[in-house]
Design a protein around this ligand. Structure first.
Ligand code: HPA
Length: 249
């Protein structure tokens, strides 16, 4: 039996439509997760929801306790993780409002707790991360998106940056040269910790804005929030579609 964990990002700190059966405060060996875990139902299917920035979006990307979040989901027996993340679009296909399912990532973050094994390391803990996102979870998101004619872009490289500031135009030019299509602040170490925990994980990226310098104008949080708010119904429909798919059950 599968149990899907949904990690909500910017624009999805609350989950209207989720029938919450229990809101569980959890402790882990790595500290406290971002919020109580919501154990509930979406269209009759049991899910666990966790807002990564906390209930009121008060936890900055570099302050999120990614280890506690993934460990809490693991403690609840989550079988797959669907991570929703707001991003900036760098390459042409990824304009504001686009949904995408990246297949690669580059990690530009620093000074974060990046492993469950930091204090108990051994040689076998150099874990393969060639393909950071799980193919079955990626395919489920793509399939649910196609069924709803939302047609998320299949693939792309997510560049994970430190934040909380947005980037300079030169940083985005460098990221484009590196091969990044998308930029976001929370993709790492979350994806890698899921890998360490052995939980199949993929990201539904929601493009909120053109990344810095792409259009020449400065970025406005108001515009970013407006784009995210405009797309949230599609995101929720897509998540419900994923939850209902037999391939992940
Ligand atoms: N940069 C980094 N993170 C983001 C952006 C961005 O332009 N938009 C949404 N999250």
């Amino acid at each position: 039996m599968s149990l899907i964990g949904i990690i909500g990002g910017s624009g999805l700190s609350q989950y209207p439509g989720l029938q919450i059966d229990e809101s569980r405060d959890m402790e882990t060996a790595f500290g406290m997760p971002s919020a109580p875990l919501r154990i509930g139902r979406l269209n009759q299917h049991q899910v666990v929801f966790l807002p990564r920035h906390g209930d009121n979006h008060h936890i900055a990307p570099h302050r999120i306790n990614y280890r506690a979040n993934i460990d809490a989901l693991r403690q609840l027996g989550v079988s797959h993780i669907l991570a929703v993340a707001a991003v900036g679009g760098i390459s042409e296909e990824y304009g504001p409002g686009t949904l995408a399912v990246p297949d690669q990532l580059i990690d530009y973050t620093h000074s974060r707790e990046v492993s469950f094994f930091s204090d108990a390391f051994s040689a076998d803990k150099h874990i393969d991360f060639t393909y950071p996102y799980h193919p079955a979870v990626r395919e489920a998101i793509l399939e649910a998106g196609r069924k709803l004619t939302l047609n998320p872009v299949d693939g792309g490289t997510y560049g994970a940056v430190q934040g909380p500031r947005l980037e300079t135009a030169a940083e985005i030019r460098r990221m484009a040269k590196d091969g990044c299509d998308l930029v976001g602040m929370t993709g790492m170490p979350e994806a890698y910790l899921a890998k360490e925990a052995g939980i199949p994980y993929a990201t539904l990226a929601v493009v909120a804005n053109w990344a810095a310098g792409v259009t020449g104008s400065e970025l406005s949080m108001a515009e970013i929030e407006q784009t995210l708010a405009g797309g949230i119904d599609n995101v929720r429909a897509l998540i419900a579609g994923v939850i209902g798919l037999p391939s992940l059950r």
